[in-house]
Ligand binder design. Structure first.
Ligand SMILES: NC(=O)c1ccc[n+]([C@@H]2O[C@H](COP(=O)([O-])OP(=O)(O)OC[C@H]3O[C@@H](n4cnc5c(N)ncnc54)[C@H](O)[C@@H]3O)[C@@H](O)[C@H]2O)c1
Length: 376
């Protein structure tokens, strides 16, 4: 282990999420050398380089990928570009962090996972909420038996970010029919890819899902299009889950449920105890954690020690920065110290497979079993 060695990082995409989450995470970690940033809109890359002290700027992603000083490529570009850029980075032998969803469907996500495995590079998905100190504590309580046998897992990711039709809908695939018979998968993709990953991380493999998707806002501004568009997009999805362990789950994703962002809540009920993690900023705290036991059924708040937070952060740190600084802390540790994988492309592919199964369950009005075949 060489704790003095720095990790050479190159970031693809220099806009919203790079500025709010990725770059603050790297800039705060002394083990990171921010070598280069690239955007096809060069002024964005220049602005981010100046703001976060990045040494080089590229406008051609392949040039960044080829830079020998870069050991890890961070793909923080629109979803439709992830497959191509991820494969390019893997082909160059670089470790890759890719934003979620890593691909548009499970087949492409599996392609990425397999390419990384064959190349012997390490991967991570931008599953932001795995790096919540509260949710990591619940995961630890499940793993060490504190909660006992897990019976029920409830997962919510709901907020009103897109309640206003004038707030542009993002990540809609280019050129698609806006009025298909069934809603265009939206909340179940953007929010669901996080949520089903968290539920699978807590409860193990899903064995079957039944789901319903609904559209509530008939016209919206869609990023990249002029004026209001009539659009049948999934504003909310509900699903029932059977886990391979026998546990039951239920989940909801909604982009139109009144409440603050990110609006995640995970409740896990076991034979010995139960825990609730709520990732909703309230009275300045980024999240809360509550715990109850079979003997003391009144949920009590749990205050975690400072070691659960990246240096210089606390519950008062803005949630994007808190979770991404923790993600970077753990990911850089994985790479420099050969730690166990945590939220890699295999997990990204499994998440995508579950999202696809929820959509199929809605369209075909039936339970859909998992795994859907092709990968384990
Ligand atoms: N993990 C999370 O919680 C979370 C939150 C928000 C966004 N995201 C994900 O992060 C990704 C980026 O989102 P965003 O909101 O920053 O998008 P954005 O559209 O604001 O920014 C993307 C940037 O990438 C650039 N770009 C496009 N193609 C490129 C290419 N081939 N090479 C280099 N640069 C290129 C664009 O010019 C743009 O500046 C998306 O996949 C989104 O789903 C994840």
């Amino acid at each position: 282990m060489n704790t003095k060695r720095k990790l050479g990082v190159g970031v693809l995409g220099a806009h919203t999420w790079a500025e709010k989450a990725h770059l603050p995470g790297y800039a705060a970690d002394p083990r990171v050398d921010l070598v280069a940033i690239c955007d096809v809109v060069p002024e964005r890359a220049n602005a981010m380089a100046a703001m976060f002290g990045v040494r080089k700027v590229y406008s051609d992603p392949q040039a960044l990928v080829n830079d020998p000083a870069i050991e890890m490529v961070d793909v923080c570009t629109p979803t439709d570009t992830h497959l191509e850029l991820g494969l390019a980075a893997i082909a160059a032998g670089k470790h890759v962090l890719c934003e979620k969803p890593i691909a548009r469907d499970a087949a492409d996500a599996v392609r990425l996972a397999r390419a990384a495995q064959a190349a012997g590079v390490r991967t991570k998905v931008g599953f932001t909420f795995r790096y919540s100190p509260a949710l990591r504590q619940i995961r630890a309580w499940i793993a060490d038996g504190t909660l006992g046998q897990i019976f029920h897992i409830h997962g919510l990711e709901q907020n009103s970010q897109f309640l206003d039709p004038l707030f542009p809908l993002r990540q809609v695939p280019a050129g698609i029919d806006f009025m298909p018979k069934h809603p265009i998968p939206q909340s179940i993709v953007g929010y669901g890819s996080h949520l089903v990953d968290l539920m699978r991380w807590m409860g193990g493999e899903f064995s079957s899902v039944a789901a319903s998707m609904s559209s509530y806002i008939p016209q919206r501004i869609v990023r990249g299009y002029e004026g209001l568009q009539r659009i049948n997009a999934d504003d909310g999805t509900v699903a029932l889950v059977e886990f391979a362990s026998g546990a039951q789950g239920m989940l909801q994703t909604s982009i139109v449920a009144v409440g603050s962002y990110p609006g995640i809540e995970i409740r896990v009920y076991g034979s010995k105890a139960a825990a609730v993690g709520r990732l909703v900023t309230e009275r300045g705290d980024a999240e809360t954690l509550h715990f109850a036991t079979a003997e003391n059924v009144e949920f009590e708040p749990v205050i975690l020690p400072a070691s659960h937070y990246p240096p210089g952060t606390s519950l008062k740190t803005e949630w994007r920065e808190l979770y991404y600084r923790n993600l970077v802390r753990i990911w850089v540790g994985e790479l420099l110290e050969d730690g166990p994988p945590d939220g890699d492309f295999h997990d990204g592919a499994k998440s995508q497979e579950i999202v696809d199964a929820c959509v199929r369950a809605h369209v075909e009005r039936r339970w859909v079993d998992l795994p859907s075949g092709g990968h384990g």
